[in-house]
Ligand binder design. Structure first.
Ligand code: SAH
Ligand code: SF4
Ligand code: F3S
Length: 475
């Protein structure tokens, strides 16, 4: 997700926008696909799964559209700006395709993700050079769609599948997993039944579905066996995950985390995104009991005013959220909090906005994303009266972001001088430097580090950058 502001968010944006670089095999004559990903971590995960499914069709992934036989754009519909990215990308690809065709070659253009789901056929009407459109619930049928494209047809497949897409997706090869790094995403829950009045997700991702314990444990085990050390469980409402447990009882996310912690070799667990209404005691206690469950929680509240929270259909008050954070911090005092905020929801007054500022001051976030309200067609929010002027939204966003940045720097400063475990992720920019991940997600730069990617080392933080920590190895 973009146009977030807290410096740390740039990490997530670049993560989410990166192309999928894992390739299948290295056949000299294999076709190449360039996958461009916009949107949230679930889109990053979906892009990987689409790449896996195309690898089974003989496609290797490439980092650039220039040498690709196929370009697949995985889209986000969350705000107007996010959606528009598709059409600017398609404009560039149209020219590329025309040039190729003039040379007797071709370029297959595919659109996936949440704009694909929301707009379907409309994409072909606006951009006739597009060959195929698949939604978040139909991308396992990409190989069939491709076969039809090769027969000269344009394909739109956004009908929700009755079959379980995960059962139809091939697993990533060990080589693919290794190339993607030691930290991996794993979708455990998808869709949303919460219907916040500003949000398109319930319409683009469908209703809430939880994957089974067996499926999740199996995928997690394969990832860990291939070298993954840190798993981030994904869901639009990940803490709404539930399913039949190994012991015959109904489990929630807390029980699932205890189960995943038993997988030999797993070093770290995270989960995102949670809804305040689904944080139950077992999940909170898992933060007390499981060392490998990282002390970082992304728990969006969106606004601080009860009136606005009600209009947003969040179904809790500001005070409920503050009490919940207290309960979480009681079991895990070092818990770092992250959140999402929307300013300028229809009807938001200066006083409502001050309630948001008050809530932020009371919670003290380590990191957060904030957005100007973007009216989305088809959502109840779009039909509300009293839309807030753009200039007012700008001013509120600026003030909120200044406060959130201040809190982020205060949090980072509080880490200077402390010791922590860091998961080594990749070599740094300079010789002998490594970049790792702190328990609180912030990247850590370590000079003169001889360790291997995947090692967890003990460090002391010596200073902070805008969006990172600098540390020295201990012992
Ligand atoms: N499922 C998650 C996040 C969904 S989208 C949750 O419920 O928290 C990520 C964030 O985008 C939201 O938390 C919200 O802050 C923001 N967002 C969603 N719709 C928006 C809109 N119409 N305008 C501005 N921001 C929006
Ligand atoms: Fe959107 Fe609300 Fe569902 Fe989150 S909980 S995905 S913000 S509708
Ligand atoms: Fe965007 Fe869809 Fe994710 S709308 S934020 S890609 S669920």
């Amino acid at each position: 997700m973009k146009d977030q502001t807290a410096p740390h968010s740039q990490h997530q944006a670049s993560d989410a926008e990166r192309s999928v670089t894992a390739s299948g095999n290295n056949l000299a004559n294999s076709r190449k696909v360039f996958v461009k990903t916009y949107g949230c971590q679930m889109n990053v995960y979906d892009s990987q799964r689409m790449a896996d499914s195309l690898a089974a069709e003989g496609y290797v992934t490439t980092d650039s559209a220039d040498d690709a036989d196929m370009v697949l754009i995985n889209t986000c519909h969350i705000r107007e700006k996010a959606s528009e990215k598709l059409y600017s990308a398609l404009g560039r690809l149209r020219n590329m395709k025309n040039k190729r065709q003039a040379d007797g070659k071709d370029l297959i253009i595919g659109v996936a993700g949440c704009v694909a789901q929301a707009e379907g056929d409309e994409i072909l009407r606006r951009s006739p050079t597009v060959d195929l459109v698949v939604g978040p619930q139909t991308y396992h049928r990409l190989p069939q769609a491709l076969a039809q494209v090769r027969e000269g047809r344009q394909v739109v497949d956004t009908e929700y599948a009755v079959e379980d897409k995960f059962e139809h997706l091939p697993a990533a090869s060990r080589e693919q997993v290794r190339k993607r790094g030691v930290s991996a995403f794993l979708t455990v829950q998808e869709g949303c039944d919460k219907f916040c009045t500003f949000c398109v997700v319930p319409y683009t991702r469908g209703s809430e579905v939880s994957r089974s314990v067996a499926q999740i444990v199996n995928e997690a085990t394969k990832l860990v066996q291939a070298g993954v050390r840190e798993l981030t469980l994904l869901g639009q409402n990940v803490n709404g995950w539930h399913g039949a447990g190994d012991d015959g009882r109904e489990w929630g996310l807390g029980e699932l985390l205890y189960r995943l912690a038993e997988i030999p070799g797993i070093a770290r667990l995270r989960y995102t995104t949670s809804h305040p209404r689904d944080m139950d005691d077992t999940l909170i206690n898992a933060h007390r009991d499981l060392d490998i469950l990282m002390p970082y929680l992304h728990l969006p509240v969106q606004a601080g005013s009860d009136r606005i929270l009600k209009a947003m259909n969040r179904k809790h008050k500001g005070e409920d959220y503050i009490r919940l954070i207290e309960r979480i911090r009681a079991v895990r005092p070092d818990m770092a909090l992250s959140g999402d905020f929307i300013v300028g929801f229809p009807g938001e007054t200066d006083e409502d906005f001050e309630d948001t500022m008050r809530l932020v001051r009371s919670v003290r976030y380590a990191q957060a994303y904030s957005f100007k309200y973007s009216s989305r067609p088809g959502t109840p929010g779009a039909d509300l009266p009293d839309h807030v002027e753009e200039s007012v939204k700008d001013e509120r966003l600026q003030r909120l972001q200044a406060l959130l940045s201040e809190q982020q720097y205060a949090f980072q400063d509080s880490l200077v001088g402390t010791e922590m475990d860091v998961l080594l992720e990749k070599p740094g920019r300079f010789e002998g430097q490594m970049i790792g991940r702190s328990p609180w997600l912030i990247p850590v730069i370590i000079d003169n580090e001889q360790g291997e990617v995947g090692d967890i080392i003990r460090v002391r933080v010596i200073s902070t950058g805008t969006n990172s920590l600098v540390a020295e190895k201990l012992g």
